[in-house]
Ligand binder design. Structure first.
Ligand code: PMP
Length: 361
């Protein structure tokens, strides 16, 4: 007898769906927390000249030493932290969980959380425990502390700010969790360009703290580059699971160029932070819409009861793609999430939302 996909593939994989990326052709794309701004004209020629000089016949520098040095300098990674690069921070989550997987091993996060923690845990046969946030997406510290004691997770993910809610947890609650968690604590700072606080300065100085970042939200999502910072004894082990050339030569060169011009990306992030406040106030002013405060480049908002799916579709019918989270239930019932775009895109979105609400969508 020969095997078929159904008999050979592991049940935990058969039971999952592939990560859905909706078609966005012709739509204003405000679903994936991308920076809406491209490189300014003045940087395009020097960038392409830099890339034209890159040799692609050889494998990349496996340690990407120049890029790591540039990240250390520009992002302020402490001396005492070791750095590992990934093909996006998604890959870093995968590497980390591969190192920790095993019977009875638990992955924990406050829920709703970034979906990849749960997805990768399931791929690897780990148990995922989501500890519900309060109704308004505030952290439930006593519940988390109880859950840490009960489940003793191998790793606790704390997205700071959180996706999909957009908020930062209180710093003293974070510190309490970092102190009491028996395993690793990964502070996922994917949205750091838009947030007022960070744990990066503490990377390397607490024995079980890892700080994970990405350049995706800063305006370089297409490069696929994430970085994990923490104590050498952990990073040294994790590095064994990193495929040798996981960050390709063009990404290394392009990211180095981008970091030389970090002021441009930072100015774009500042514009997004400013426009986030404008969009938040506009949403607050709409009858039946409840936006949640955000320290990220997106805003989560609640629609009138039972209408989220129809409002989402009404917005899409008007040419704007956002994210419908209402199907996930719990505190996300009736919730949609919009990425902060350019002022013009935000205006298109608001018009579409107003149209969808009025049109019975
Ligand atoms: N962490 C969080 C909290 C995210 O929201 C995302 C992307 N949506 C990621 C990590 C992954 O980012 P990337 O793989 O693009 O680096």
């Amino acid at each position: 007898m020969t095997w078929t996909p159904e008999t050979l593939i592991r049940p935990e994989i058969l039971g999952q769906s592939a990560y859905p990326v909706p078609a966005s052709g012709g739509l204003v794309k405000l679903d994936a927390m991308e920076n809406p701004y491209e490189w300014p004209e003045s940087l395009r020629r020097p960038w392409s000249e830099r890339l034209a000089g890159v040799a692609v016949n050889r494998y990349p520098d496996p340690r990407a030493e120049d890029l790591v040095a540039a990240l250390r300098r520009v992002m302020g990674i402490p001396e005492g932290a070791q750095v590992m690069l990934g093909n996006g921070s998604d890959e870093l989550i995968q590497i980390l969980l591969m190192a920790l997987a095993g019977p009875g091993r638990v992955v924990m996060a406050p829920e709703p959380a970034f979906v990849m923690y749960r997805t990768v845990a399931r791929w690897l046969g780990m148990e995922y425990v989501g500890v519900p946030l309060r109704e308004d997406f505030a952290l439930d510290l006593p519940a988390l502390q109880r859950a840490l004691e009960t489940h003793r997770p191998a790793v606790l993910f704390l997205a700071y700010p959180n996706n999909p809610s957009g908020n930062l947890w209180p710093r003293d609650a974070m510190e309490a969790l970092i102190e009491t968690a028996p395993g690793l604590v990964v502070v996922d700072e994917a949205y750091s360009p838009f947030a007022a606080d960070s744990f990066l300065p503490a990377a390397g100085s607490h024995p079980r703290l890892l700080v994970m970042r990405t350049v995706s939200k800063l305006g370089l999502a297409g490069l696929r580059l994430g970085y994990l910072c923490g104590p050498a004894p952990w990073l040294g082990q994790l590095d064994k699971l990193r495929l040798p050339y996981n960050v390709n030569t063009l990404t290394q060169a392009a990211a180095r160029f981008a970091l030389e011009h970090h002021d441009v990306l930072e100015a774009q992030a500042a514009a997004i932070r400013r426009d986030r406040e404008t969009l938040y106030r506009a949403l607050q002013g709409l009858e039946g819409i409840e936006p949640f405060p955000s320290e990220a480049n997106f805003i989560l908002f609640r629609t009138p009861p039972g209408r989220a799916r129809a409002v989402f579709e009404g917005i899409r019918a008007r040419g704007v793609l956002i994210k419908d989270l209402s199907g996930q239930g719990g505190s996300l019932t009736d919730c949609l999430r919009v990425t902060v775009g350019t002022p013009e895109e935000n205006a298109r979105f608001l018009d579409a939302l107003i149209g969808a609400l009025a049109g019975g969508g």
